[in-house]
Design a protein around this ligand. Structure first.
Ligand code: FBP
Length: 243
């Protein structure tokens, strides 16, 4: 099993469940295409759900650490955000995962269930030496602006208090508050989430600012595998992250 670095560029590909194949084209609809990109660009980790991992990720052949995402939901569901666990840590170990991931929708009516589930997962994963990555996403009726610095810092702090090793966060809408986000996360390493397709200049500017404020990396999906030159885009982001 590859060890998960706490710094770098992670390639996310859990969108088939989260958004449906509407995010995909003829090429990126296949997990094999994603694993080829990840291998060529030497990403620091690959984020998959169990279906893609079981069918395409061979831990003996792919030299990239796997983060197995343990929960998820579809876009077909329209209530208050609620993402439930769909696989176990035992399964993550069987698949050769180096870490596990879980989304918490802070502020949702169902926050209490996700908190309880994450708490159990975090303790079990750590007892086996597996790092835990939290997608820390304030979302739901009570969250008016999920990119406000107060909300993003709160998401950072909540991940630290819940024992996450890495937290994946949205870019706050005030650059000057990036370092407060990092301070709020304390020992938890902060990774920037990607978002919908942006031009490369825009992404790179975000990454530069985030890294100089103390972010540890980026976990990105659509902006890479929807691009015409995915390997080059990862390499450009890696160059910024690695200084
Ligand atoms: P992107 O870089 O494509 O935004 O991927 C990051 C990610 O967190 C995925 O892991 C996840 O499927 C998706 O974003 C969630 O998207 P949304 O914000 O629409 O729920």
């Amino acid at each position: 099993m590859e060890k998960l670095p706490l710094h770098g560029v992670f390639l996310a590909y859990d969108h088939g469940l989260e958004h449906g194949p509407t995010d995909f084209n003829e090429l990126n609809v296949s997990p094999k295409y994603i694993i080829d990109i990840a291998t060529k660009a030497e990403v620091d980790a690959l984020i998959l759900l169990k279906g893609s991992a079981r069918n395409y990720y061979d831990s003996k052949k792919v030299n990239i650490p796997l983060i197995l995402k343990l929960n998820g939901k579809t876009r077909l569901y329209s209530g208050e955000p609620f993402s439930t666990q769909n696989t176990s840590i035992e399964e993550a170990v069987k698949l050769g995962a180096a870490a596990v991931g879980y989304t918490v929708y802070w502020g949702s009516k169902y926050e209490k269930f996700m908190v309880r589930e994450f708490g159990r997962i975090e303790e079990e994963a750590h007892s086996l030496g597996l790092p835990v990555v939290m997608w820390s996403y304030p979302r739901g009726k009570t969250i008016k602006d999920d990119e406000s610095p107060e909300i993003v810092s709160y998401a950072a702090r909540a991940a630290f208090e819940m024992g996450a090793d890495i937290v994946k966060l949205k870019y706050p809408d005030e650059d000057s508050k990036l370092d407060w986000v990092v301070k709020s996360a304390d020992k938890t390493k902060v990774f920037l989430a990607g978002g919908k397709k942006l031009d490369s200049l825009n992404i790179e500017q975000h990454v530069k600012k985030a890294i100089s404020a103390g972010f540890s990396g980026m976990a990105i999906g659509r902006n890479i595998w929807q691009s015409d030159n995915p390997v080059e885009r990862i390499k450009a982001i890696k160059d910024i992250v690695n200084g």
